[in-house]
Design a protein around this ligand. Sequence first.
Ligand SMILES: Cc1cc2nc3c(=O)[nH]c(=O)nc-3n(C[C@H](O)[C@H](O)[C@H](O)COP(=O)(O)O)c2cc1C
Length: 358
Amino acid sequence: MSTSAEPINLFEFEVAAKERLPKEEYDYIAGGATDEISVERNRRAFESWALRPRVLRDVSALDLSTTVLGTKVNLPVLIAPCGGHKRAHPDGEFATYRAAAAAGTIMAVSANASSSFEELAGAAAGHLWVQLYPFRDRELTKDWLARAKEAGCEAVCVTLDSQWPPKRERNIRNKYRRTRGINYPMPSAERANAPRPGGSAGEGADPAATWKDLEWIKSATDLPVVAKGIMTGEDVESCAAAGADAVIVSNHGGRHLDNTLATIEVLTEAVDAAKGKMEILLDGGIRRGADVVKAIALGAKAVFIGRPLFWGLAVGGERGVARVLEILREEIEITMAKCGRPTIASIDSTVVVKAPRL
Ligand SMILES: Cc1cc2nc3c(=O)[nH]c(=O)nc-3n(C[C@H](O)[C@H](O)[C@H](O)COP(=O)(O)O)c2cc1C
């Protein structure tokens, strides 16, 4: 990472990454579905909640640690499952995982990772989750779940919003071809059927999947099951009924269906629907420490970052991702201190107030 013009926030990381990455790779990472309205809305919606500063509440010793599904994390920011980290740096997922482990947080390894989760598991003493889709092939799923358990992964994240391929116009224009995730030992018949128009559907994700498939995944593993890609209270209730242990409120960073609400806008609905039975997590547009605090104030147990990890990788590999996490930590600390909340547990709904963007 060059010291002369080190990025000082995640937006500057994106600018620096854009200069370094081939255009089609930058576009693949940064882009979203059709008009990218949801990509932008994820960000802008954070501006519709204002912080309520509080003073004289002894914030001399801040503690940013919390638990996610019983695992202690030192930072309430986790690494979202994102395919192919090697597109941004040759060390790929290894660099990201080492940075996440050093920061004391969890990394979810994508089904489309450019490194095997078994190899990754040995690369650092951290916490790994593994992501999959409701695949057509249950043998593949069973194998995936068994491998995840064997490798020491602590939860499985089932991505539910990718059953149908999206329309990503930047990729169409760039004639972008995504490389296959390394973790698929896909039988040839499955491979032939796998929907990959535009190279961007959840590989092997079954368009015919229903809640029965999530129930079956839950019954096929003793690892906690995290349902990702949920945007309504109704679907949160269905996740609970299917036995999910946690839900990630996510619109896939605006990469699948455009014109949705922002994730932060549906968080309260999701939290209410969970009725305290499942942990609610959130991703989408987290770029500032204040965003993290707002999400926690509105009921998220923790949040994830997606694109910023690629910006960190592109700028400085492991050190770049570490810096991205460090910047978020510093900004969360400032926000917590100035809102008079020394611990994550003390961040409640009175930290924020809904305020229309001026
Ligand atoms: C390049 C890229 C690849 C992604 N690949 C996956 C994936 O394989 N599985 C998945 O569940 N989500 C995937 N996502 C979505 C992220 O997990 C996450 O939902 C999203 O990036 C969060 O929004 P943010 O990028 O604004 O932080 C991907 C996102 C990006 C940017």
